[in-house]
Every structure is written in C-alpha cells, then in structure tokens.
Design a protein around this ligand. Structure first.
Ligand code: F6R
Length: 242
C-alpha cells in the first residue's frame, strides 16, 4: 500500500507509533533501521514515546548497512547517525545492537556474523529510506535480490549524495549491506520518502516498472507499505496511489 501524508511531521508520527506498537506486541522485537535524513524525525518521536518503555530491554537491533572503511565513531557512519538519532536517546543495551563493522579486515565474516543474527528469527520491523537512485539499504540498482549480506560497489550517485553525512570530503567506494531478500523477509517493512528532492525518484519507482530499481522489488507485498509525504508524492498522478 502507498500512504501519502500531508506533512513529514505526520509521516514521522505514524512511523514512531508503529515502532512503539511493534516494540510492545512482538514477543521478540528485532528492528532493522535505515540511517540518514529520512527517518531522523521518526526516531526523535519514537525516542520520546519509548523512553520509559519496559519492553526496550527486549529490543534487538540488526544493522542494515555501513560504509566500508569508515569507523563507527565517524559522525557520517551509519552507526554514528543511528547512535546520534536513536540509540543514545534510549536505554538500549549496546550488546543488543549487532552492527556491521565497515573497518573489519574480514568483511566476508562481517556479512556472515550479521546474517547469523537473523538466521534463527526474522526481523520484526524494518524501516527503510529510498536512495536518490532507488537503492534500499545499500542494495544498488542492478544488484540481484540477495538473501544474504554482501559487500557492494557504491554507485556514483550514492557516493556523491552521501557526502552530506560528512563534514569533509570522504572517499566512499564500497558498502556492506543486508540483502534485499532479507529485508523483504521482515515481518513488517515501511519504506519512507520525504521532501521534494525525492519526488522524481518516487515517480520513477511507482510509474516506471521497467526501471527495475531495488525499491521497486519491495512493491506489491502485503506486509510492505510505502509512506510518502506530500512533497515526495508531488510528481504522482492521483491514480497511482488508488
Ligand atoms: C542508510 C540507508 C540508505 C538511505 C537512503 C536515503 O542506512 O540505508 O538506503 O536510507 O540513501 O537516505 P536519506 O534518508 O539521507 O535521503
């Protein structure tokens, strides 16, 4: 389903409510969360709602992705962004967070380590953003749908756009990411896009199936919804979301 919200604020509130619902209702909540600009407001709202929630002690986090070669202490690392936007605001045991180490000398083992975290129980809630090139996590256009994590070469769009996360020019060549198949196997997935900048890629995703973009592979599943704010949906004809 595609849901359009009047504002980014409404969209973020709906996502935060849903995160809280899953935290409370899933017997063993496992969240897989995108970093970046899109979910920041949702995380702030969720942190405010869940601050004193006893079920937080049951929550486990599984890494979605990370930049290869970037220390987790870097402010632009996926871990660094999630830490600033969410982890640091809540009493989450660091041992309950399984995150890719993009600086590991053995990235293949990193993939296996994170894969093993979801081998015995699914992710219960995933929140994804959409890249300017239609990527999900760091599953770039042209990659097959994988049921395992992998190291991927970043597209030029991703490398350029990601500079916004760093305060100095940063060389990014590869990423490490969960596979699209693993994300789609989550019990519940919300894919979010906010802002005018996302309007064109959102239109391509929803109206040009031949583009064959990663985000398009998440369309048409009953447990996966796309949440757009009015700006991200501004290039869509009304009939696209009917
Ligand atoms: C980040 C991630 C990426 C972003 C996407 C959108 O962990 O998985 O796929 O969700 O690039 O980024 P923003 O939200 O910064 O526009």
């Amino acid at each position: 389903m595609i849901r359009i919200f009047e504002s980014g604020d409404e969209l973020s509130a709906a996502i935060a409510d849903e995160m809280l619902l899953h935290l409370r209702k899933d017997p063993r909540p496992v969240f897989c969360l995108a970093s970046g600009s899109t979910p920041q407001a949702s995380y702030a709202k969720f942190a405010a709602l869940a601050k004193e929630e006893p079920r937080l002690s049951q929550l486990r986090i599984v890494s979605l992705d990370e930049w290869v070669g970037i220390e987790r202490t870097s402010e632009g690392s996926c871990y660094g962004m999630l830490d600033a936007d969410l982890f640091s605001r809540l009493p989450i045991d660091p041992g309950a967070i399984a995150f890719f180490d993009g600086t590991s000398a053995d990235l293949q083992r990193e993939c296996e380590r994170i894969d093993s975290c979801i081998a015995h129980g699914p992710i219960t809630f995933s929140l994804m953003g959409i890249g300017m090139n239609g990527h999900i996590g760091l599953n770039e256009p042209g990659l097959p749908v994988l049921d395992r994590s992998s190291v991927v070469r970043l597209s030029s769009t991703t490398r350029e756009v990601a500079q916004k996360y760093f305060d100095h020019p940063t060389e990014l060549d590869f990423g490490i990411t969960l596979g699209l198949g693993q994300i789609a196997a989550s019990k519940r997935v919300v894919v979010a896009a906010v802002g005018r900048k996302k309007a064109s890629i959102v239109r391509t995703i929803l109206t040009r199936p031949e583009a064959d973009l990663p985000a398009q592979k998440l369309l048409g599943h009953s447990h996966i919804d796309f949440y757009l704010d009015a700006e991200a949906a501004s290039e869509l004809e009304a009939n696209v979301t009917e």
